[in-house]
Design a protein around this ligand. Structure first.
Ligand code: NDP
Length: 319
């Protein structure tokens, strides 16, 4: 049975990374009394990072979880209400909109979606087994743990190039494993990779198994993507996946316009989606920049867009 109340929220914010929390700070300060449904694994991708050195205002750096804790405290200070649950379903067809958390139904005049994106993995059992024990999807977060040991990066896009380059600061040798014989990355980034003496590119290869002992990764087994033949075992202690991100938009795909890879489409220069009253901020609508600070910036935009939209609805009612 669905448990519902007559209360209609001004705005429900879904997601609690820098985009959602910044939207909450702005919406709360605008007296919208926002309800944030923060998810059971609140905080988003920053919770998986160690030092954040590029978020303005923290000259000594700050850890990802600490940054999230500070943003949350700031949102709380202006009376944002938090629900630490996952949204299980939405209904944007009727107004007020309906947001479901299991059997509980919430009604709201507007919604800010800030559900972020998740790194993609290869889907191997062995990859799961060695997660955070050599397998990582974030070189920027974990690279420094791999001093003077060989590591591999999987992928051929700009992220793979950037991560490989970054890892050469720590690792003794960096392998880039790519499934084709040309990079998808921009030419300048690809050239930088190809010129770097510490990077070796292995073309037409895929990882079929992550090898390790009872503590950590010791290597990867590779296969030739053209012939399907087993290839070398590469002795590496770190395996960095850089094969893209998947926006967390499954809940919304029946209602919102998404681009060809699943990111929510927003009207350029704004956070408006195709449904008036539903706004999107942060990585869920940004395949390009994907930074904490750009997510926070768009969270601010979403709250301002939302506030003005709600105000316009009130004005319409008065007419
Ligand atoms: P991309 O989608 O551009 O690249 C993903 C790469 O991973 C591709 O080379 C793809 O291979 C490979 N791949 C995907 N799935 C698998 C799989 N299952 N097994 C093996 N390989 C796989 O993602 P990025 O994260 O690199 O970039 C995302 C966006 O962010 C891009 O627009 C990029 O330009 C941008 N970006 C820009 C940066 C900058 O300018 N400084 C830095 C980082 C990102 P294939 O090529 O065969 O499809």
């Amino acid at each position: 049975m669905v448990e519902s109340s007559d209360q209609v929220e001004n705005v429900i914010i879904i997601g609690s990374g820098p985009a959602g929390l910044t939207a909450a700070i702005y919406a709360a300060r605008a007296n919208l009394n926002p309800l944030m449904i923060e998810g059971e694994e609140a905080g988003g991708q920053l919770m998986l990072t160690t030092d954040v050195e590029n978020y303005p205002g923290f000259p000594e750096g700050i850890t990802g979880p600490e940054l999230i804790a500070q943003l949350r405290k700031q949102a709380e200070r202006f009376n944002t209400r938090f629900l630490t649950k996952n949204v299980t379903r939405v209904d944007f067809e009727q107004r007020p909109f309906r947001i479901f958390v299991g059997a509980r139904e919430f009604k709201t005049h507007s919604v800010i979606i800030a559900t972020g994106a998740s790194a993609k993995y290869l889907g191997l059992d062995s990859e799961k087994r060695y997660m955070n024990r050599g397998v990582s999807a974030c070189a920027t977060c974990d690279g420094a743990f791999f001093k003077n040991v060989p590591v591999a990066v999987v992928g051929g896009g700009d992220t793979a190039m950037e991560e490989a380059q970054f890892l050469t600061r720590f690792a003794s040798q960096v392998y880039v494993i790519h499934r084709r014989d040309t990079f998808r990355a921009s030419k300048i980034m690809a050239d930088r990779t190809l010129r770097n003496p510490k990077i070796t590119v292995l073309w037409n290869r895929e990882v079929v198994e992550v090898l390790g002992n009872d503590k950590h990764v010791t290597g990867v087994r590779l296969r030739d993507t053209l012939s399907g033949a087993d290839k070398e075992i590469l002795n590496v202690e770190g395996l960095f996946l850089a094969i893209g991100h998947k926006p967390n938009t499954d809940l919304f795909k029946n209602y919102l316009d998404l681009n060809e890879v699943g990111y929510i489409k927003t009207r350029p220069g704004s956070t408006y989606t195709n449904i008036p009253g539903v706004f999107a901020a942060g990585d869920v609508q940004d395949p390009v920049y994907r930074q904490a600070i750009t997510a926070a910036g768009s969270g601010c935009m979403a709250a301002i867009d939302c506030e003005r939209w709600l105000e316009a609805q009130e004005d319409l009612k008065k007419k």
